[in-house]
Design a protein around this ligand. Structure first.
Ligand code: GAL
Length: 669
């Protein structure tokens, strides 16, 4: 099996292309323009099912043949999509049960996209037939570089309550628990008289009077995740058999809760994802975090930015364009965090349909002197100089524990605080590393942590079998672990780990939590650390020490002077517990102190809002500098080595200046 960097040895550059929206004369113009813009990879066919199979079993690949040939003749490779993301009208009409049903038992209507039920046998068999046809037809086509399966699974429609889905859910539960008594035990169904005699008695809880059994809710989320993953695997198996050497993927999304991408990543040859930062947010820190998560899904293997927009999307309330230079800057940010491909939605702006005001590489005007096209071409020209980055990795000594099932569990109802936002809380730690230019990987609590000097486990509410031992072993063997409030509370069925919270982590944290104190909205308190005062909000744990010592204590309220942040030496390492939501300055101080103790340093020194990330391979080490400021910045390099500026060609030593809204890609000589 070839890896993606064997197949694509340059930084990939291009976007989604929908030639079926255009006449043939436009195709030729497009192919020429692509070449001119430095495009080397194009995704074709993502929403083409209705034109590939106009009636059941009546396939027409003639137009796609021409497009594939034309792209190949112009030196453009193809990510060929399997076109299964949006079934045609005839399919939904002929097989009404293939359509997904919402939680109130209403089927989705046709006329938009992605309306199919993942558990419909009719959808599945039509899908399998189409994928087989595509695989057989294009298996030897020289333009075929990768397979793009479906599109953004579960986007728009992540829950289906159809009869097919219910039958599949019961089967899924039977498979997981084998006996109904086991399910009753795990779900705790003696509560509120929820006991089941058989799997057949289980129904969906979409229209329930009040809170639903949390074990059931969690399993439903797992089941839907697995339903979509099963679809992906069905397609993947066909493609793998016919084209064993063509990499296969589907595209992931930003902060997407319904799918456990760590689980999915095992089935993908390369991670690709779609990133649409809102220009209103300023520096896209949240997107940097997603880049790092995406890179971490396959343990540091570079990802592809599969979609972004050149200037503006059309699906926010108000769609601000990226300012001149921002598209380029944010593309380099993706590369810095581990991107080997920079792609757009889409190549040519649509004339009709729901996305006609969504930006593209070629705007409605087709004007080659337009700002958008000029920026597209400039980036395309530059990326040709960056071959040595392909396959290079981001070295990280820090990891943040991130877990989809934990995300699901922590945000289910019925908690002491029902406005906790797991991602926001994770970001409150991530942003400190981001601002200090310390590279971060994301891991699961059960992963091998031995490569990391510092691990942060924010709000790790769910501790699964073995996670506690893994974290304990990490600390015992010399790691520094930071755990924050509402961690170590429940098992994988959302049943409490009995004993004092956080029971499974308590002995190596050297403390326990006696009570939770969620704060009313707007309320703050203070914590005192070495006579310095910092604000805190959201939550306070009432902490009792069992060997740990206090780093910071609360200033006010009935728990005044009690510990808020603790530290415990355990084995060769130490475990820190943060029992509240401190302001940024405190998290920054705490984290940078812990990082300094472990000699974790940024790769260079510069002013605020300048990102600096290393990407290294056996052949070359790189430093990528991204100046998010409008003013120029001066960077001090940490080594005495010579660096080559890959974009401009000059040589640099010790100090270098970078213009405002500009980047440097430096290769160490
Ligand atoms: C993505 C999707 C594309 C396009 C794009 C617009 O979610 O994959 O097909 O709709 O959004 O931003």
């Amino acid at each position: 099996m070839k890896t993606v960097s064997d197949v694509l040895t340059n930084i990939s550059y291009g976007g989604d292309y929908n030639p079926e929206q255009w006449t043939e004369d436009v195709w030729l113009k497009d192919a020429k323009l692509m070449r001119k813009a430095g495009v080397n990879l194009i995704s074709v066919g993502i929403f083409s099912w209705a034109v590939l199979e106009k009636e059941e079993g009546n396939y027409d690949f003639s137009w796609l043949d021409k497009v594939m040939d034309m792209l190949h003749d112009h030196g453009v490779g193809v990510c060929l999509a399997t076109a299964t993301a949006s079934p045609p009208a005839w399919l939904s009409m002929k097989y009404p049960d293939s359509v997904a049903v919402n939680q109130y038992n209403v089927p989705y209507s046709f006329g938009s996209r992605q309306h199919y039920s993942p558990n419909s046998p009719e959808y599945r068999s039509a899908m399998v037939r189409l994928v087989k046809k595509l695989a057989d037809r294009y298996k030897d086509h020289p333009a075929l570089k990768m397979w793009h399966i479906n599109n953004e699974y579960a986007c728009h429609m992540s829950e289906c309550y159809s009869d097919y889905s219910l039958q599949a859910f019961r089967k899924w539960l039977l498979n997981r628990y084998e006996h109904i008594d086991e399910l009753n035990e795990r779900w705790g169904t003696n509560f509120w008289s929820q006991r089941y005699n058989s799997f057949e008695e289980i129904t969906f809880s979409g229209n329930s009077p009040t809170l639903v059994n949390p074990g059931q809710e969690l399993d439903y989320k797992r089941f839907m995740n697995d339903s979509f993953l099963e679809l992906y695997k069905l397609e993947k198996d066909i493609l793998r058999e016919v084209t064993p050497n063509v990499p296969i993927f589907t595209n992931f999304m930003f902060e997407f809760k319904p799918l456990d991408y760590f689980q999915w990543a095992e089935e993908l040859d390369v991670i690709t994802w779609d990133s649409y930062p809102d220009p209103r947010e300023g520096i896209p820190v949240a997107h940097a975090m997603q880049h790092d998560i995406m890179r971490s899904l396959k343990k540091g293997q570079p990802f592809f930015l599969m979609e972004q927009v050149t200037n503006q999307v059309n699906w926010r309330d108000i769609n601000l364009p990226k300012k001149p230079g921002e598209m380029r800057l944010w593309s380099y940010a993706a590369i810095a965090h581990g991107g080997d491909g920079i792609m757009f939605f889409q190549w040519r702006q649509s004339r009709a349909g729901a996305e006609k005001f969504h930006g593209a590489m070629i705007p409605h005007s087709s004007d080659e002197t337009s700002r958008v096209y000029r920026e597209v071409k400039q980036l395309g020209d530059e990326l040709k100089k960056l071959d040595s980055l392909v396959g290079a990795r981001v070295p990280a000594k820090v990891a943040i524990v991130f877990d989809w099932e934990n995300w699901w569990a922590v945000e289910l109802d019925g908690k002491p605080h029902n406005k906790l936002d797991y991602l926001d809380h994770v970001k409150s730690y991530y942003q400190v590393f981001f601002a200090n230019n310390i590279a971060v990987d994301f891991v699961r609590a059960g992963d091998d942590l031995s490569a990391y000097e510092l691990v942060v486990a924010p709000m790790l509410y769910m501790i699964k079998l073995g996670d506690d031992k893994n974290l304990e072993n990490y600390v015992d063997t010399g790691g520094t672990l930071v755990v924050s409030y509402f961690s170590g509370i429940a098992d994988e069925n959302d049943r409490i780990h009995l004993g004092h919270y956080p029971a499974p982590l308590r002995h190596f944290l050297g403390m326990y939590v006696e009570e939770f104190v969620p704060y009313a909205e707007g309320k703050t308190n203070q914590i005192v650390h070495n006579a310095q005062h910092f604000s805190c909000s959201t939550w306070s744990d009432i902490i009792r020490l069992e060997g740990a010592h206090t780093l910071a204590s609360y200033k006010d309220e009935w728990y005044k002077d009690m510990p808020a942040v603790t530290s415990h030496s355990f084995g060769k390492g130490k475990a820190i517990y943060v029992g509240t939501e401190p302001e940024y300055d405190y998290v920054n101080q705490l984290i940078t102190t812990l990082a300094a103790e472990k000699n974790i340093e940024p790769p260079a020194e510069g002013p605020p809002n300048v990102e600096m990330v290393e990407r290294n391979s056996d052949e070359a080490n790189h430093l990528i500098v991204i100046n998010h400021n409008e003013d120029p910045a001066v960077i001090q390099l940490n080594s005495n080595k010579n660096y080559v500026n890959l974009l401009t060609g000059g040589t640099i030593q010790k100090e270098v200046s970078v213009e405002g809204t500009d980047v440097l890609v430096l290769r160490c000589e």
